[in-house]
Each structure stands twice: as C-alpha cells, then as structure tokens.
Design a protein around this ligand. Structure first.
Ligand code: NAD
Length: 501
C-alpha cells in the first residue's frame, strides 16, 4: 500500500492494494521492484505499484492453472452470483472508481462514471449468460449414434488490456471467463494499473475464490507475456490493444495452438452523406470523435463529408469543438481531459503538422499548450488530402480530419456512394464505420458494403455489452460481449454414443 498522499490523489487511491494479486494474496514482485503511476493532467505521481518479471509471471500462471479444474467444477449459478454481486458492488461505488480512473488516465469524471456503468454491465450481462451455456443433441444420419455437443471452459486464460478503457476492457474479458469457468492471469496496461487492482479487490469481496483471477502489473509486458505465451499452461489469450502487438501475440499463440481473441486498432470512417440530417451528424461526430479525448479504437479517424453539405457541416461542428472546455478531468465542467502521456501529444502534434504541410487548413485548435499535463486541444482540419499520414494511422487524439467527397452540384449522384465506399474501405483495418443518411436504400447499401465488424447508422456510438464487439481485417479476431462473447471462452465437445436397439 504505497500510494503517495498529495492533495491531487483521490481518497479511493490510498486504499488500493498496489502489489501483485496471486492466489488470492497481495504479494510484492519477487525482485522487489516497483514503478510509478502518473496523473496525466498534472504529471504527478499517484502511486507506486509492483513491477513483475518472468518469475512473478510464471508463478501467477501456475497458480491459475492449478485452480482450473476446481473452478471449472463450480456451478454456473455460483459463478453467476459472484458476477452479479461484483456488478452491484461496482455500481454502489461509481464515484470512487471513476475518480481513480480519471486520476490515472485523464478522462473527465462524467465520462469515467459512464465507463464504470458500461464496464459493470459486462458483469451483469455475463452473470445472465453463465447459466445459459447450451449445447446440442442429434443423431447420425443412420440413426445409430447419438451426438451430444456440450461446452466446456477452454482452460487458463491470458488477458491483456489497454489503458484507454481501464475498467471496461477488463470486465469485458473477466466477465465471460468467470461465467465460462476459466481461471486467468490478467496484465493491465502499465499506464493504468490502479483501476484493475481496485477491480480485483471488488471481485474478492464478491466472493471470487483465490487463484481464479491473478493480476500481474509490469513495465516489461513483452517478458511477462512471452513467459505466459510459451509456457504451455495457458489455453487462450484475449488481447485488446494495438494491431502491432496483436500480431506478435498471434505468432506466439501459434507455438502452442492457443485460442485467440484479438481486439485491435481501428481507422474508422465517418461518412456524412448529402441527405444526412446535419445537426444529428454533428452530434454523432462529437461522440464518435471526442469520447475519451479521441483515444478510442472506435474513434472516427477519417471524416468523409459530401461536398454539397461540407460548409454547413464544418461550420456547426467546428463551433462545437472550439467551445469544449479542456482541463483536468477531475475539475468541474471539464469536457476534454489530457492525453495519456507526453508521447501521445507528440504523435498527435506530428500528425497535424504533417497534414497541414500537405495542404490541410486548421479550423480550430492545432497547437499543444505548455504543461503541466499532457494536453492537446480539440482540433478540426479541413481539406485533408488522402496523402496525409493521419489517413493511414490511428490519430488517437482530439483531431477531426475532414475529407471531401462527391460532386457539390450533384448531391444525389449515386457515384458519390461508390466513391466513398471505396475511400472508406481503403485501409487494412475494419473495426467500425459510421454513416449518416436519411435514405433507406443508401443506408442498406452502405451498411452492407462497408468493411467493418460494426456499423453505426445515424449514431456515433456502437459499444454495448449486449452487442458483439469486434472487427474484421487487421482490427481483430473474435467478438466480445453479446450472445457470442462467452463462446470465446468455451470449447465445444462432441460425444458419440451408439444407440443400442
Ligand atoms: P498496446 O498494444 O501498446 O498495449 C496494449 C496492452 O498490450 C498493454 O497492456 C501493454 O502493456 C501490452 N503490451 C505492449 N507490448 C506488448 C508485448 N510486446 N507483448 C505483450 N503485451 C504487450 O496498445 P495501447 O496503446 O495500450 O492501446 C491503444 C491501442 O489499443 C489502439 O490501437 C486501440 O485502437 C486499441 N484498442 C482496441 C480496442 C478494441 O476493442 N478493438 C479497444 C481499446 C483499444
């Protein structure tokens, strides 16, 4: 328990366990190392947490593996009730959890509270799914053999989460793993371990038996995760993060033919058609672009606007962006928090500079302020050319790049649809696509033609625990949430029994 007491540290942090959580106990890293967790709004140290190495990693996974058989034998109702209790505990502590999240990753408190409710809902959803794991029963064509198809937990799982949704990315994996009867090792992002450590405590309080969930924090993810991937003890890896790391994990998973779920990067197109309801599209883009200060895999990255409505759209959108209040997420009225680290500010600034050097104009924002904190202002770029680097890269910041398409004098020309579909699909990623149109045929055409795992039609938000979240192409494999979310943690078993007559 080594939280550093300054006036900036929320009360909830001082009670968080900052060691590794292995076998139901809080233990320091074997080598005794620790690392700092910073507040990106101030640059101040919030806490020091245990910095694990390969020895700690091995111990955590061996613990998970040792508890697998016993955990798999528990009743679905028991697992369901643990999840439901954890859901209730989280919902009874929204403010405290949100304050920790805001402190360690920067999102404004109102958004952090939204994530707490969203994250908790995965536990409620999978509490309901735990008791609905089904199977199938039929006979062979000749009637001579009974076929019973059942589902069993896949086995010990490796769960790896990113920093941008520190609670929800954890509950989206832990929820189905618990429901299915899998034990797990979990490695949160090194920038945001505190929310996960708090969550582990809540699961203990909810009655999760020792050894089912083991949490390992580290500044050396490659060493820790490679130890797990190569061990032969894990049967599944579920990863949310960048496509680059996802590809490394897929290569490693091949070594032991491990099941994989990959929730990777995105490069979402956001399309405003000539027949869109403009103010609705503006509101949709504010959500799709600015959620989490633009640091979301689902963030609108390339904004294609039909030339016949581009002036009206840009004017309304820029006015809203310029009016946003930027500041410490913990302060009253803040709508846009800092980026997560100085590197992120440098990356966003260089993408903006590159686009401007290639002919884009800055309608608002465009310059990082002096510190303290890691801020970048809401920025609108117009006339962005397809050669700009941000067209091919995730911006991961509060920068909206507006790219024109179509013929200004011919708004209903169907050739504009072909043009924008081809522009939107011209990326290796395919997580989510958004479009705004009031024409029912155009809606049907675009939602079919866009290469994405998820499509938002006249909405800037698609994430929901009841929906299957995931991408196509290099945005990933598998789905989280929805009816299929639990399947990722279950193996199918077919049992043949001859029918004796
Ligand atoms: P990241 O890939 O750098 O890190 C994600 C996690 O992987 C962290 O826990 C990190 O410590 C770990 N990691 C880093 N290097 C590793 C290695 N060599 N081996 C094993 N683990 C390693 O990504 P990030 O910067 O934390 O998150 C942003 C990325 O995540 C973006 O690309 C974003 O689009 C993506 N993301 C995707 C989804 C989704 O559901 N598809 C959701 C949120 C974020």
């Amino acid at each position: 328990m080594t939280a550093i007491a300054t006036t900036q540290v929320p009360d909830a942090i001082s009670s968080i366990h900052t060691d590794l959580f292995i076998g139901g106990e809080w233990v320091p890293a074997a080598a005794g190392d620790r690392f700092d967790v910073l507040n990106p709004a101030t640059g101040e140290v919030l806490a020091e947490v245990a910095d694990a190495d390969a020895t700690d990693a091995r111990r955590a996974l061996e613990t998970a593996a040792a508890h697998q058989a016993e955990w798999a034998a528990t009743s679905p109702r028991n697992r369901s009730e643990i999840l439901y209790r954890a859901y209730e505990l989280i919902m009874s502590r929204v403010d405290g959890i949100a304050s920790v999240m805001t402190a360690e990753m920067g999102k404004p408190l109102a958004e952090a509270k939204g994530e707490v409710a969203y994250g908790a809902e995965f536990f409620r959803w999978f509490a309901e799914e735990a008791v609905r794991i089904g199977g199938d029963h039929t006979t062979t064509g000749d009637g001579g053999t009974r076929i019973v198809v059942s589902r069993q937990p896949v086995g010990p799982c490796i769960l790896i989460t990113p920093w941008n949704f520190p609670l929800a990315m954890g509950t989206r994996k832990i929820g189905p793993a618990i429901a299915a009867g899998c034990t797990m090792v979990l490695k949160p992002a090194e920038l945001t371990p505190l929310t996960t450590l708090l969550l582990a405590d809540i699961l203990v309080e909810a009655g999760l038996p020792a050894g089912v969930l083991n949490v390992v924090t580290t500044t050396d993810p490659s060493t820790v995760v490679t130890e797990w991937m190569d061990s032969g003890l894990a049967r599944k890896v579920s990863f949310t993060g960048s496509t680059e790391v996802g590809k490394t994990l897929l290569r490693q998973a091949a070594g032991t033919v491990m099941r994989t779920s990959m929730e990777l990067g995105g490069n979402a197109p956001f399309i405003v058609c000539a027949d869109a309801d403009i103010s609705r599209a503006v509101d949709g883009l504010m959500l799709a672009k600015m959620r989490n200060t633009g640091q979301a895999c689902t963030a609108a990255n390339r904004i294609f606007v039909h030339r016949s409505v581009i002036d009206e759209f840009t004017e309304q959108f820029t006015a809203k962006m310029a009016a946003l209040k930027v500041g410490d997420g913990a302060a009253d009225g803040t709508q846009v928090g800092p980026l997560v680290e100085p590197k992120a500010v440098a990356k966003v600034a260089s993408l903006v500079d590159d686009a401007v050097s290639k002919g884009a104009a800055v309608a608002c924002g465009g310059e990082a302020p002096e510190g303290p904190g890691f801020f970048y202002p809401p920025t609108v770029l117009t006339g962005v050319g397809l050669e700009a680097d941000l067209v091919r890269n995730e911006i991961f910041g509060p920068v909206a790049a507006i790219i024109p398409f179509g013929d200004a004098d011919n708004p209903l020309d169907p050739a504009a649809d072909d043009e924008v579909i081809s522009l939107a699909n011209d990326t290796p990623w395919g997580l989510v696509a958004y479009f705004f149109s009031q024409d029912v045929d155009r809606c049907a055409r675009l939602s079919t033609a866009l290469e994405a795992g998820m499509v938002g039609v006249n909405t800037g938000i698609v994430s929901n625990p009841a929906a299957p979240f995931g991408g196509v192409k290099e945005s990933g494999l598998g789905r989280e949430g929805g009816r299929v979310g639990i399947e990722e943690f279950l193996d199918m078993k077919y049992t043949a029994t001859p029918i004796r007559r």
